[in-house]
Design a protein around this ligand. Sequence first.
Ligand code: XMP
Length: 519
Amino acid sequence: MESHFSDYHKELVLILDFGSQYTQLIARKVRELGVYCEIYPHDLDLKTVRSMKPRGIILSGGPSSINQENAPLCDRAVFDLGAPVLGICYGLQLTAHLFHGRVEKSPKREYGKAHIYIEKKDRFLEGVRDGDIVWMSHQDKVLAMPEGFITLARSDNSPHAAIRNEKGTIYGVQFHPEVHHTPKGKRILKNFLFGICKLKGLFSPRSFVEIATQRIREEVGKEKVVCALSGGVDSTVVAALIHRAIGKNLRCVFVNNGVLRKNEAEEVISAYKNALHLNLKYVNAEDTFLKALKGVKDPERKRKIIGRLFIKIFEEEAGNIGNVRYLAQGTLYPDVIESVSSKGPSATIKSHHNVGGLPKRMKMALIEPLRELFKDEVRIVGRELGVPENIVSRQPFPGPGLAIRIIGDITKERLDVLKEADSIIREEVEHNPAFKHIWQSFAILIPVKTVGVMGDERTYANVIALRVVESEDAMTADWARLPHATLDAVARRIINEVPGVNRVVYDISSKPPSTIEWE
Ligand code: XMP
């Protein structure tokens, strides 16, 4: 079937990364504007750059100083490819340096809000007014403009806060248009992409779905694909997408490892079967996992046991299907980027379902249809594909599940206590729209009993800890300042409704130096 969607890959914007913490944010903003972009290390070789036929190039910020020894550079010829270039912060300083301007360290670091003032009207700054606020974070600044360049705007502290070359093919800004503290930042990026690069903006979740579907059909043909479902967003969206492309030839396997949350298996199976109509094999391996975990206290051993057993069961199931050529995985773009700044934020959050050695061992080829997407895009694509909201907006849940939230021994009784307590915090926080911004909220069972009173009786029962954190990417996290009324409701309900618990405590540590999980 011929698609009426134009291929957004033809409008690629290349982002060269000089190490800024904001590089991924630039990419996300550009994509929000409907333009497909990819991030690469700053020294990507020219041949590769050329072969990608970028329609625009953005040079990111970075922590270095252009005058330092071994300052990160890009090939000067990048400016001559015919694609407009935008340098941001360090990217601007690098541009000025490569074109023989003078960049120097100022005695004072300019950090935070600043105002800009227009020096020369230009479509790049269309919609920006004198005095508008921009976000600065730099110490070096351009003091002498390179020849053939014009100043478009100055700021309180930078005489050349926005510049361009005379031809209007190279632009630079000292401030960060990608952060939300620059209110007109998105407008400026829009001006660059549509006014200067002359792009149409072909990228959208809809167009992604159409093009990904076509590609999967082309690649897979009439072969079978197997996919392990975990109930999480990534694996579910992968399955929904491949199912759209090849229907029943996608075989899904959902393994109940016994350490899922209360009613979780039933809920996700119902979504998979009734809402998504997936060809699903449900494997209830609760007993096998709990037997293997018996007496195991060490968290890393718990993880290994669960990971290995999962692979074994999954391999058996895939073997039973027979003649499966492809294994689908929910790898996302942050796992793929080889940028200088992201030496693997998400590398540490890999779920045990993303099992590296598996495809080779099983002689299967890997298909990873979400490799181009950021997490927020995966959620939008999921909604587009009809994935139910309770899965799309679900908090991250670790592969080893409740096993690493029961400190010490895992027994059926202790699991039941935790499942009940956890379901209460899910109801009060995860399912409450007021707390949508919460990254994770869950309960932990501590292997300590404390004294309490209930009626006239003295009790000696379990302690539940509550962990609720806010985070962007799980690399750092802060404990959530939940309203006292919410904390009160959760604690009261747990103590009243969960037999065997007489105390609830709230974890007020941040990451680092703590971690999100307790094990
Ligand atoms: P920590 O505890 O390291 O957790 O701050 C960071 C993020 O990773 C999740 N996590 C895991 N996910 N398998 C997973 O799939 C694991 O073994 C694992 N350990 C931690 C955790 O829930 C948080 O989102």
